[in-house]
Design a protein. Sequence first.
Length: 136
Amino acid sequence: MIKQAKFLILSFVILFVLCACTYERGLILFNTQHITEDNALCNQKTFVPGQKVYYLFIAPKKMKNEFIRVQVFKMTDKAPWGGNEVVRTKDYRLMKDERYYHTDYFTLYETGRYVMQVFAHDDFQHPLALSDFYIH
């Protein structure tokens, strides 16, 4: 039963990634533990304040740029415009074997709804991937 569930989840992710050719968006998966092959498909959306938020970004296709920007913003009514407030932005250099993915972690201490987006360094207007999560 568990193997069937894992196979079903893996099939869904593979189907999503393969169909990304027309959608042109990557995938961001979150977890409470360091991401490995065993837990890469265990996506978690809820975290507690101060807990490490591990993430795995999977690109829609091989990235030509060697730099990406990872941005996290908080959805809020108190922001001066647009209902969101940028809380974290960091640029990463990708090695040649990381042109299809990137993994790291960060920690947030305020409760709320957050959105993470990943950009190629030559286009900050159109995110490669976008996903939301919650700190409760």
